[in-house]
Write a protein that binds this ligand. Structure first.
Ligand code: UDX
Length: 473
């Protein structure tokens, strides 16, 4: 098929690159010429594992990029994957969606049926608004010349290709039969175990695993839009819940690692999204929970659980600073080293990262900060330019004369830092590992005063061991 993807961000770039790998001709359209030039030169406009080599392979043969909407005229399917950031009141800003829709409308081909698919996360009812914008501007008729569908994207940053090729489900909201048929055809290959196996070998993802095709779920437009919000908010609630259990575990001297493991053995609960952290953050959960909450309030059906999860999450951020304060007595003139500025590893995305909240709070309390991130320092500096922090070229340097190190993001390479050397460089060898990620036994052997979250390290080595299947008798 001929595909156009509007937006060269996480959704558009990954969608365009992966559909071109499936044999379709894709044009990614973006207003930013730098991103367009990068794609045409075979470069990924974002950092996402595996994407660079995929774009390099496809660019110029089946994958193209442009600032012009001309390719919409030829397209069978147009994916809209532009940003829907938060407005000041928390509701979703649909201005990029509206602008992109208007430009699509100007390039629709009256002699060719086009499916316009909304992949961005948009409030319930947006697909209908998009349909009426398209009709008004193009003068064409929905159902006759084009149709709008909702196909929410569930990819996680850092695992985007894995999630696009091996999702649990593909959700398609559509009312028009022709649109449904075309999307079924487009996604047919994502449902074939033999093709999935080939992709797995080519990308080195899920090798040797049984290739279970995703569930292909067709529903109405509004329900599809709601599925995305309801799913993201549910996951946010789940993390907030385990983080509260972690705080409770510390208070009653239980071990949250054991507790989460024991909970996850119940298939109704599941073992995912029970990893304790300084709180969820990033470009999706904060904006999606905020929009869902405000929409529920507008409809007189306040989602009090989502509201509580948002508040609990903010408390979790501050809890980290309080723990360091408790340990050091005062934060005034103390040097704090921060490992990790992105909201999770394997991404350079620093939008709404918890690191910014923690750092701001540390600064308010009089501390000075030396920070490091393997991929996110440039973006963090751009989005948080006002924060007076020292950027360090290596993770080891955050230890220099530091009174505490807080590991915020569990980048794999932080396990391999020269912790022995860092111990010697610190004024006070205290490490707070907010992801329960480091080998606590080894770190403590080096002489560190190590704390994780949700369990008491001082109570003996057995508390530091991870629950494993060998615990199951
Ligand atoms: C999320 C959804 O998972 C994805 O389906 C949707 O399309 C976009 O939003 P993403 O924002 O990339 O994806 O990150 P995700 O992996 O879900 O993590 C979100 C935040 O929760 C991160 O800060 C992460 O570190 C944190 N998290 C996640 C935890 O603290 N504990 C967990 O157990 C899981």
């Amino acid at each position: 098929m001929n595909i156009a993807c509007i937006g060269a961000g996480y959704i558009g770039s990954v969608t365009g690159a992966s559909l071109s790998m499936m044999g379709h001709r894709c044009t990614i359209i973006d207003i930013d010429p730098a991103k367009v030039d990068a794609i045409n030169a075979g470069q990924s406009p974002i950092y996402e594992p595996g994407l660079q080599s995929l774009i390099q392979e496809q660019a110029g043969s089946r994958l193209f990029a442009s600032t012009s909407y001309q390719s919409v005229y030829e397209a069978d399917v147009v994916f809209i994957g532009v940003g829907t950031p938060s407005l000041e009141d928390g509701s979703a800003d649909l201005s990029f969606i509206r602008t992109a829709t208007a430009r699509v409308a100007n390039h629709l081909n009256p002699d060719h049926f086009t499916v316009i698919v909304i992949k961005s996360t948009v409030p319930v009812g947006t697909s209908e608004e998009v349909t009426s914008i398209l009709e008004q501007i193009s003068g064409l008729e929905s159902g006759e010349h084009f149709a709008v569908a909702s196909n929410p994207e569930f990819l996680r940053e850092g695992h985007a290709l894995e999630d696009v090729f091996f999702p649990d489900r593909i959700v398609v909201g559509a009312l028009d039969d022709r649109a449904k048929e075309m999307l079924r055809e487009l996604y047919a290959e994502f449902m074939r175990p033999d093709i999935l196996e080939t992709i797995s070998l080519r990308l080195g993802i899920r090798e040797g695993q049984v290739m279970a095709p995703p569930v292909y779920f067709e529903t109405d437009l509004r329900s599809a839009e709601m599925i995305k919000y309801a799913s993201n908010a549910f996951l946010a609630v789940k993390i907030s819940y385990i983080n509260e259990i972690a705080r409770m575990c510390e208070a009653v001297e239980a071990n949250v690692l054991e507790v989460a493991y024991g909970m996850g053995l119940d298939s109704r609960i599941g073992n995912q999204f029970l990893q304790v952290s300084s709180g969820w953050s990033g470009s999706c959960f904060p904006k999606d929970t905020a929009e869902l909450l405000i929409a529920s309030q507008k409809h007189g059906q306040e989602l009090s659980i989502v509201k509580a999860a948002i508040e609990s999450n903010y408390r979790m951020h501050l809890y980290i600073v309080d723990k360091v304060l408790d340990k050091l007595g005062s934060l005034h003139n103390r040097r704090i080293g921060i490992l990790g500025l992105t909201f999770k590893p394997d991404t350079d995305d620093t939008r709404h990262t918890q690191a910014a909240v923690l750092i701001r709070r540390f600064i308010e309390c009089g501390a000075s900060l030396q920070v490091h991130d393997p991929k996110g320092m440039e973006n963090f500096c751009q989005t948080n330019g006002e924060l007076p922090v020292t950027y360090c070229h290596s993770g080891e340097l955050v230890a220099e004369q530091a009174d505490a190190i807080v590991l915020v993001t569990h980048w794999l390479e932080y396990k391999d830092l020269d912790w022995g050397h860092m111990h010697k460089r610190m004024k006070n060898p205290y490490v707070l590992d907010t992801r329960n990620f480091l080998d606590s036994v080894e770190i403590r052997k080096l002489g560190f005063n190590y704390e994780g979250l949700g369990w008491i390290a001082d109570k003996g080595e057995q508390d530091a061991s991870r629950p494993t299947l060998s615990h199951v008798v």
